[in-house]
Structure formats: C-alpha cells, structure tokens
Design a protein around this ligand. Structure first.
Ligand code: AMP
Length: 399
C-alpha cells in the first residue's frame, strides 16, 4: 500500500480541527489541514489548506451547533475533492479509569468513555459526540481513540493516587495527566537518543510539566483534570483546597442551588484564574509581556508566579528523577517566549541548568543551553497529529 489517507480529528468547545495525512511504507505526509471554528455563532469559519498553505476552502458559514459544523467537514471530505479517509484518529483527552489504551472505537467503547464524563466534563461530552457522528458520517471506516492520558499510564501508584477518601478514588478520581500526545511527540523527536532523565515543560495556554525516565512518564503535574498542576492562562493549577471552599461559600451566598454554585466555581477555577486572574489583564503571554513593558505591576506578578511555579516544579522533578540530563520547552510559550525561558532557568544554576542568552534568542527547535551547562536545554515544537497518525497506523497493523 503506498499511501493511506488518515483523518485526524481534534474537537474543542467551539472548534473542530482536522488534518489528513498520507501514511504507508514508513512515510507520513501531511496533505491537508483545516478547521471549523466559531461553533454556536452565526458567522463561523471553515477552511482547508493544502500542504503548501494554499486555501482550498475558505468560508464563513453560520454554525449554530456542533452537528452542522461536523457535517460541513464530513461533506467536504466525502465529496471527492480530497482523498477520502480510510481511517480516523480522534484526539481523546481522557478515557477515564477503564480506557487506558489507544484502541478502535466501537459503540460500546463510546458508552464506556461517556460513563466517566463527570471526570472531564469540558472534554468528554464533545469527544463522544464527535465519535458517534463520525461512525455515522464515515460509514465502514475504522475510527480510533488516541488518548492524551495514554502516555501517563506508566506513572507509579504513589504519584497517581490522590489523598482523598477511597469512596471517591473508587469513582476514578486519580492523577491521569494531560498533553500526553505532545509529550510522546517530544520523545519521538529525540529518538534514538532519548535521555535517561528528562523533564518536558509544555507551556501553552494550558501548561503542564512531566518527569520522564528512559522515555516513560514518571510523574506529571496535571491530575484529574487540566485545571490542576501549574498555573496557566485561565486556570488556578494546584491550590489549597480551603481556597475552593472559601470561594464556594461566597458563591453560595447568592446561589443557593448546589449544582449552579458548582458550575460557577468551575468557571472561577478554569476560566477566570491563573495569569488572567492575577493580572486582571489577559491570559495571553504576549499581552502580559506588553503590559509588563508598560509598567503594569499585576502583569509582572502574574508572570513571576507562572515562572516561579515552573522553576519549583523542575526542582522537585530533578529530585524525583535523581538528576537531570535534559530539559525541553514546548507549547506556545515554551517555543516562543524567550523571557519566560530565561526567567524560569535563571535560578536553576544549582541544578546544572545554564541557558546561553544568545542561543535562547531563537524561535523553533534549538539547543539553548550554554556549552558548559550540565543539563542540555532544548526547544522542540510538538507534532501531535503525526503521533496520532502513527498510533492509528500501528493499530491498523500497517507500518
Ligand atoms: P498554545 O496554547 O500552545 O497555543 O500557546 C498559547 C500561548 O503561547 C499564549 O499565552 C501566547 O501568548 C503564547 N505565545 C504564542 N506566541 C508567542 C510569542 N511569539 N511570544 C510570547 N508568547 C507567545
């Protein structure tokens, strides 16, 4: 078989991103990518680009709901203009406690993933909806769930267990970890020389960090949901549970209905906290850097809290790994924000981490540590869709 078209689907709250790869004979080529964006609005965006970046579809349709949005994608991909997909990989944020392996999607698997939707209420309902629709709109084509939690399945029980009563642990409340497909991509790009003791910091609008020993995840900062771990654009990260109780009591003063109060608390911890919460300016690092230049003290404090938290986490992971060979930065901030990398590493000389100021002034993949640094520091952009395609192809039994 020369080239098998594999569709990768990545569905979010207001968008569906997708790409089509040609896969086979050890070759992988991204042929097309596209998105429908603005689901729930009258003026959405629908575009498809070829590998050279030329837009082949560029529309602004009304997108009243996810059903209309996904049908647009399916119709475009089934109309003969593009290679019809022969397999589909679904980026799946969380499979819950029972679905830990990447695997072929069946109606039973969808029900199983859905039964743990309460663990990932922002992601799972969307994922299972798209899985069911894909089975209908691409009949006869194998679909696969490729999990962000898969990479973290190797973390030891002591890291996975959470200090809560067993009755809640029994419901599946534990550390799952996220950004796993990004971490897999970093490992893939480091092959064949994956360092024994590796820390990867995925710093985007959502941020997490993982300790990786001999290519396998040892620990990761996010736990049950992506709200845990490092502070990020709009999320608290790990926080004294007493703070949540305080905020919940405050909300309950005006919202007696418990479910409504819980939803409001969710909005506070997931959408209004982190960098935007402290700064009151923005969740976006570029805006915060501008505000800092203009002398905004709250923006400075928010970014300091971010870099300080990450530096502390790196310190604890060095202890957990028993040393460190390499530190990798990835994600929108990790790849692009020179100042964040410099500020995180500034106090880490004691751990053998020394940046080269000149080398740090890059965008894109590079080694940015000083020649004498004991730890190699690198910037590596992830190629997540490629990892999904690799899993799909492996599960199909093709190389
Ligand atoms: P992601 O979620 O991986 O797309 O990353 C989004 C974050 O990366 C936002 O906070 C952006 O401000 C940040 N980012 C993207 N490009 C840059 C840049 N050139 N300089 C600083 N931050 C950037």
């Amino acid at each position: 078989m020369s080239s098998l078209p594999v569709l990768v689907l990545n569905s979010g709250s207001s968008s569906i991103k997708f790409s089509i790869y040609g896969a086979g004979n050890g070759e992988r080529a991204r042929l097309f990518e596209g998105a429908v964006d603005g689901i729930g609005t009258d003026l959405g965006k629908f575009w498809i680009k070829d590998a050279s970046g030329k837009k082949l579809v560029d529309q602004t349709p009304p997108l009243p709901n996810r059903s209309v949005a996904f049908k647009l994608v399916a119709d475009a991909l089934n109309n003969g203009q593009f290679p019809a997909p022969k397999a589909i990989g679904h980026r799946t944020v969380c499979g819950g406690p029972t679905v830990r392996e990447n695997q072929r999607i069946t109606p039973q698997l969808i029900d199983e993933i859905e039964s743990y939707a309460a663990l990932a209420p922002l992601h799972t309902p969307i994922a299972v909806y798209i899985m069911r629709e894909a089975l209908k709109l691409f009949p006869g084509i194998p679909n696969f769930a490729i999990l962000d939690t898969y990479f973290h399945r190797t973390i030891p029980e002591v890291a996975a267990v959470l200090p809560i009563p067993r009755e809640y642990s029994a419901l599946g409340v534990r550390r799952y970890g996220y950004h796993g497909i990004s971490y897999e991509s970093i490992i893939d790009q480091l092959q064949p020389e994956v360092p024994d003791k590796l820390i990867v910091a995925h710093l985007g609008n959502g941020a997490s960090i993982s300790a990786i020993r001999c290519g396998q995840c040892l620990d990761t900062s996010m736990a049950l949901t992506p709200t845990g771990g490092i502070i990020s654009g709009t999320r608290t990260g790990d926080i004294d549970p007493g703070v949540l109780l305080f905020i919940l009591h405050k909300i309950a003063e005006t919202t007696p209905n418990a479910a409504e109060a819980a939803n409001k608390l969710e909005t506070v911890v997931s959408k209004k906290s982190g960098l935007v919460g402290i700064s009151g300016v923005s969740n976006d690092m570029r805006d915060l850097r501008q505000a800092i230049k203009a002398g905004n003290a709250e923006a400075r404090l928010a970014v300091d809290k971010f870099t300080w938290t990450i530096a502390r986490w790196i310190g604890s992971y060095v202890a957990e790994l028993g040393g460190l060979d390499m530190l990798v930065f990835t994600g929108g901030i990790g790849e692009n924000d020179i100042d964040s990398r410099a500020e995180i590493c500034a106090g880490l000389g004691v751990l053998g981490i020394e940046l080269d100021a000149q080398r740090n002034h890059v965008r894109g993949a590079a080694v940015i540590s000083a020649p004498q640094s004991r730890v190699t520091v690198r910037v590596i952009p992830p190629a997540e869709d490629l990892i999904i395609v690799n899993h799909v192809v492996r599960l199909l039994g093709i190389v």
